[in-house]
Design a protein around this ligand. Structure first.
Ligand code: UD1
Length: 430
């Protein structure tokens, strides 16, 4: 099994370029299903997750090419071109579907375009049950017949295609919001989506759909009005993917945990404004200059926190594990309430192996901080936990062996190169 050794007591210093957002790239790739013209995505992050989604689309008939950007100006210098003029299969059953929850976003667009689509039930991180009921109910409301047989979702549109609908989500789901936005773009007439997620990645998707010719009102609010194109393929478009706010926030935390001095580049600070406010109010020094964020700090100057995760603009569940690594080092008692996913404290056990003192009761973690962490043999349970464990390992005494590092490759572009550029010493064993 591949693993990483990480040298502890390392101060991170220097500049790091933030890549294009994984969680934007995935739904944006799926927009290619809505057109027979070329979709171009700039600032495209090459990750296992994005590459696998492209493999899924290729099996359906998409032609994809990745072109390096010569000027190297952006964190992710690549440009992705996708052309899906010829659908050769309506079965999304590539083994990658099983490994990545976001692959469900293929279903609605393919169904809206072709009138029929089948997908393997998607998998993903082991962070909770993660059902897809909101996705499927939304498609049904647009007239689709949906059946789950032998681990596959089979869907059929009515004659004449899917119809626009008024859909109110009973609770906020990022994926279901994106899925029904994509599907509504090709449906007949207007779709109104209420209680839509407010994540910046949703806004990014809405902007791309607008460029592809879909009128959308309410962008940036929880109610979207989408004028579907009645099955007429959308136009060609070119789009710059927003920066990865989760990667950015993770490097900010790493800088503080390692008493470092790190400047993030290629990041619009607005994307993580509330997060930066919390950190600066609690003892970090944050200086913003255009699209750069300079962070200095140290656990000994940081105050304990009481945080609960929530949909945007609340505290992101995707930064919870990384924050916990820092709070293990901060004197005093901190609390984290995980309110999005029911099983997202698996990293706590690994921090405990390193010497942290954490009590978990249901969705609430109490972190008795001020621990002196020691490097040991640990394993990551999901993408975000993996970055959190790297932070703990860099701050710990001695060397850490980190296992299940495929999670890093799923979510963070050029992970080791970026950390090496900040002075970290890591070695990958294959
Ligand atoms: C997306 C992000 C993920 C992030 C999460 C929450 C991507 C590719 N992934 O995941 O990184 O952690 O948002 O910010 O963008 N739920 C249901 N039924 C559904 C859909 C969701 O019960 O049909 C539940 C989930 O189990 C979870 C909650 O709703 O408890 C939120 O999930 P959701 O916002 O849908 O997360 P994802 O889109 O999977």
């Amino acid at each position: 099994m591949p693993h990483l050794t990480i040298q502890g007591e390392t101060q991170l210093n220097g500049k790091v370029a933030i890549s294009g957002a994984k969680n934007s790239a995935l739904p944006l790739i799926c927009a290619a299903l809505l057109t027979d013209k070329i979709l171009t995505l700039h600032n495209f992050p090459i990750l296992t997750d994005t590459t696998k989604l492209l493999e899924i689309l290729s099996e359906l008939g998409a032609k994809t090419s990745i072109i390096p950007n010569q000027n190297g100006e952006f964190g992710s210098p690549q440009q992705l071109n996708i052309e899906f003029s010829n659908v050769i299969s309506l079965l999304a059953v590539h083994e990658a579907v099983n490994q990545m929850r976001a692959s469900i976003l293929v279903l609605g667009p393919l169904l809206a375009r072709e009138g029929q689509a089948t997908i393997t039930l998607p998998g993903g991180d082991a962070i909770g049950a993660r059902p897809i009921d909101l996705h499927l109910k939304g498609l049904q409301k647009m007239g689709a017949q949906v059946e789950i047989i032998d681990g596959k979702v089979h869907s059929t549109a009515p004659k004449g295609g899917l119809n626009g609908a008024h859909i109110t989500f009973p609770f906020i789901s990022v994926g279901a919001s994106e899925h029904l936005m994509l599907t509504a773009a090709l449906a007949n007439g207007e779709t109104i989506l209420e209680n839509v997620a407010l994540e910046p990645e949703i806004t990014d998707l809405a902007h791309l759909l607008q460029k592809m010719g879909v009128p959308i009102e309410g962008i940036g609010t929880s109610t979207l009005q989408i004028q579907g194109k009645n099955g007429v393929p959308l136009t060609a478009a070119s789009h710059h993917i927003i920066a990865d706010r989760i990667e950015a926030a993770s490097f900010v935390i790493a800088a503080i945990a390692t008493k470092g001095d790190v400047t993030l580049t290629h990041i619009n600070p607005i994307l993580i404004k509330d997060f930066l406010d919390i950190l600066s109010q609690n003892g970090a020094n944050i200086a913003i200059d255009g699209h750069q964020i300079k962070v200095t700090g140290a656990p000994e100057y940081f105050k304990p926190l009481n945080i609960e995760t929530a949909p945007f603009p609340g505290f992101a569940t995707d930064i919870q594990a990384q924050l916990m690594a820092l709070l293990c080092l901060v004197d005093g008692k901190s609390y984290i309430n995980e309110l999005i996913f029911e099983n997202r404290f698996m990293h706590a056990t690994e921090y405990q192996k390193m010497g942290a003192n954490i009590d978990i009761q249901g969705a609430r973690a109490t972190i008795h901080g001020g621990a002196k962490l020691r490097g040991t043999d640990i394993a990551a349970s999901d993408i975000r936990a993996c970055f959190g464990l790297v932070i703990a390992a860099l701050a710990a005494q001695g060397e850490t062996v980190l296992r299940h590092i495929y999670h890093l490759d799923r979510g963070y572009e050029s992970f080791e190169q970026k950390f090496a550029g900040l002075g970290a010493v890591m070695k990958r064993y294959h």
